[in-house]
Design a binder for this molecule. Sequence first.
Ligand SMILES: Cc1cc2nc3c(=O)[nH]c(=O)nc-3n(C[C@H](O)[C@H](O)[C@H](O)COP(=O)(O)OP(=O)(O)OC[C@H]3O[C@@H](n4cnc5c(N)ncnc54)[C@H](O)[C@@H]3O)c2cc1C
Length: 402
Amino acid sequence: MDMTFSPEDEAFREEVRTFMAEKLPPEIREASIRSHSYVPKEYTRRWHKILFEQGWVAPSWPKEHGGCEWSPVQKHIYDEEYQNAQAPRLSSFGITMIGPVLYTFGTEAQKQHHIPSILNGEIFWCQGYSEPGSGSDLASLQTRAMLDDSRENYIVNGQKIWTSHAHHADWIFALVRTSTEGKKQEGISFLLIDMSTPGLEVKPIISIDGGHYLNEVYFTDVKVPVANRIGEENLGWTYAKYLLGHERTGIAGVAKSKRKLEKLKEIAGLEQDSGEPLIDDPNFKSKVASVGIKLQALEITNLRTLSAVSSGKSPGDASSILKIRGTEVEQELNELLMQSIGYYAHPYQPGRLFNQQSNMIPVGSDHSVGLMEEHLLRRAASIYGGSNEIQKNIIAKAIMGL
Ligand SMILES: Cc1cc2nc3c(=O)[nH]c(=O)nc-3n(C[C@H](O)[C@H](O)[C@H](O)COP(=O)(O)OP(=O)(O)OC[C@H]3O[C@@H](n4cnc5c(N)ncnc54)[C@H](O)[C@@H]3O)c2cc1C
């Protein structure tokens, strides 16, 4: 295993760094720093277009479909420089999730219709997998799709939940039940649904941080052309699992956590405790060192996995380890950030996130803006993308050879 970066890798890092410094608009960077998680949709779209024009919007896609086809090490470097530049995240549902499903399993017509607008950022997607009662046990989903008399359309009825960004999305990819016979995994189909279809309704769920990212999506007699089905009827589970494999790439979030650790050190150097910088407090210093060591170990495990993937091996169960440890480290960093700003974490001032005009008197220093919201929202990181308990089951089964 070779974990050193080659001169070509270092030159690539320099290229990315220069691009970010020159092309990331300051107001978008500022919004990204303040909001931590998501910037307004128009900013995401503008930044997406800048990356698209550079040809850097789809790091993992093959070149023939408009991607960069970067090596895992290049992707790792790109992630680091992206985080260092504090650029906002792009919507992942198009590029990371449905795009690879489309170019792998889609018909020619589906590819031509959807891939260009995913790449240029014109169309936003969301993911309709989870339902009330079907999260970890996803295969038990109940949303029903029945063929109509013409046999050219499905009529969809049911409900999805926790659908991130459905209120911004133009299309949803959804798992639906097309058969109740046999094993539950064998009666599921994978549909692409235009969000403006009559009978489709989106209702907001406000999360604990006060933000609106999550939604419920209701389907009442929603007509979906059979031509919008991916692959074969009742084989949707296969495509769904393929997509989840893509969802879990980069799951360790190393670059993001490294950036958070830097921010923690910065803030702890500015905040005072009994007249001294907090970072000089031995107790706090040891907490920062402890999470730093965990992060270093995570980074090395991540690089080891990347090195194996580069030489053609599958990441296998390592992605479960990376998911668990990555979210634990991120949550620990968020907690320390809370401690570093003390009671300034408490005021809820959503207007400050996006520099909106507000008649509220700002409380706390500028660096405390958005930290509590991020801390609360990322409590969910150990739930979404496959809960940490489910990942532990996967690891246990692998160890026991089950
Ligand atoms: C912020 C956020 C965004 C999300 N975005 C989306 C989205 O865009 N699209 C989408 O389709 N879904 C989305 N989800 C849903 C997410 O995939 C589910 O929440 C997740 O799969 C867990 O399912 P559940 O909520 O039904 O919990 P449950 O499956 O009911 O689990 C409840 C608890 O029981 C534990 N548990 C369950 N089964 C087992 C077991 N066999 N062994 C041990 N412990 C177990 C779980 O770990 C969890 O702690 C999102 C969720 C969140 C929180």
